[in-house]
Design a protein around this ligand. Structure first.
Ligand code: CMC
Length: 378
């Protein structure tokens, strides 16, 4: 990055306070992340993604009745309108599923029964529908774009189990469902990250919550944000064998390459989410008798720490965990969307509850006083 000659400007808005939130908190020194005050590891280990989504959308943990009602609403809202299924069939087959998701959520806005309503309760209802449809949209888009029929959601299954069922056409085992559920919880929310901020910017114009979600999906797609989990797996596949790992990473660092799945703007030590997922990722490898990805990962982690003092972020262990679970690579970032819909919706609701247009200023560094010339004189 080039030198910054402007004392009042922070490139990438690093360290700039972009707003006030009650949704989540990162403490970099202790690598801690809380959602509405609750440690995310407790939610991932002992709770469920449904509880997490309720917590983010409503602001408090549900009791058993509230959770059971929420699960029923999730089941009732999980199916896609036939028109959306048909429309997914029109997309070019080479499109990345993230682009299909932007399209699907744009269409879904028009099918929401609260389409024109903008009050708090309507926004919460929309947020719930957005979360409920996430697994169905991702699985249907993937299957249709690969020439298969979409599978309807099973109302008896959890969000994580339903996604795996609609993707593969058969029910997943309990361990696989637990890993998927925990990863959704860990991916659900992360303060003023680029996509949540972009979502807030969109709704702060008094645009609707679906527009905020579409903005969020487009922002998450990039490899410096959510797209890193797919790129991290591509890197692991390129390395291929634990014996190649040390030479590969040292050579990449010598060439000043960015190592996907490492580094974070907010955590200067470890990404709290990566600590838990690294443990799970390596455990899946042992259970499946395929430990090589965990071994390659350990070498990369060691060299990155000793050479750069940079640690893995959530996207690194998520990549090989999903790979070991047999998830197609181009769905790793869309899975992030299934989870992050809950965080984006919570941010959109919070923004709209106390709104002011988000419109920063800038330093003009271009030409001045340039004379306009008629076109034939240019
Ligand atoms: N590999 C190699 N060097 C790195 C890396 C990395 N992954 N991350 C940071 N650095 C170096 C960077 O080269 C720079 O060095 P120098 O000062 O010598 O030029 C220094 O660390 C600061 O990096 P930066 O890119 O200016 O830091 P940032 O706060 O703007 O960016 C980041 C944070 C996450 C974009 C960056 O660490 C990165 O590009 N990581 C790889 C992509 C990635 O894994 N993204 C997922 C982010 S977390 C989950 C999510 O949001 O999805």
């Amino acid at each position: 990055m080039s030198e910054n000659p402007y004392p009042n400007y922070s490139p990438g808005l690093q360290g700039i306070i972009g707003g006030v939130t009650k949704i989540s908190k990162i403490v970099s020194d202790t690598s801690s992340l809380t959602y509405r005050g609750i440690n995310v590891h407790e939610l991932a280990e002992n709770g469920s993604f449904e509880e997490t989504a309720f917590l983010l959308l409503h602001g408090y943990l549900p009791n058993s009745h509230q959770l059971s009602d929420f699960k029923q609403r999730m089941a009732a809202e999980s199916a896609l309108p036939d028109e959306v299924i048909s429309a997914l069939g029109l997309l070019p087959k080479h499109m990345h599923p993230m682009d299909a998701l932007k399209y699907a959520y744009s269409l879904l806005a028009g099918f929401d029964e609260d389409y024109e309503a903008m009050d708090h309760d309507a926004n919460v209802r929309k947020g719930e529908r957005i979360v409920a449809k996430g697994p169905t949209v991702v699985a249907a888009a993937y299957r249709i774009m690969n020439g298969k029929e979409a599978i309807a959601p099973d109302p008896e299954l959890s969000i994580a189990a339903n996604f795996l069922y609609m993707l593969h056409g058969e029910k997943a085992d309990d361990f696989t469902v637990k890993v998927m559920d925990a990863s959704l919880t860990l991916y659900a929310e992360h303060t003023f990250n680029a996509s949540a901020f972009a979502c807030r910017v969109t709704v702060a114009t008094l645009s609707d919550i679906y527009s905020g979600i579409v903005t969020g999906i487009g922002t998450l797609k990039g490899p410096l944000h959510g797209g890193a989990n797919e790129k991290a797996m591509e890197m692991l596949l390129e390395i291929g064998d634990p014996d190649n790992a040390e030479e590969w990473i040292r050579s990449a660092l010598a060439q000043k390459k960015k190592i996907m799945g490492f580094g974070h703007r907010e955590y200067k030590k470890r990404d709290s989410r990566a600590i838990y997922l690294t443990k799970i990722g390596k455990e899946i490898g042992e259970r499946k008798g395929e430990t090589k990805w965990g071994e390659i990962a350990s070498t990369l982690e060691r060299v990155m720490e000793t050479e750069k003092n940079i640690h893995p972020n959530v996207d690194f262990p998520a990549a090989y965990a999903y790979y070991l679970l047999g998830i197609p690579i181009e769905l790793y970032t869309p899975i992030f969307v299934i989870a992050r819909n809950s965080g984006w919706a919570a941010h959109a609701i919070e923004q709209l509850d106390n709104n002011r247009l988000i419109r920063p200023t800038c330093i003009y560094d271009g030409a001045e006083g340039v004379e306009w010339k008629p076109i034939d004189q240019r």
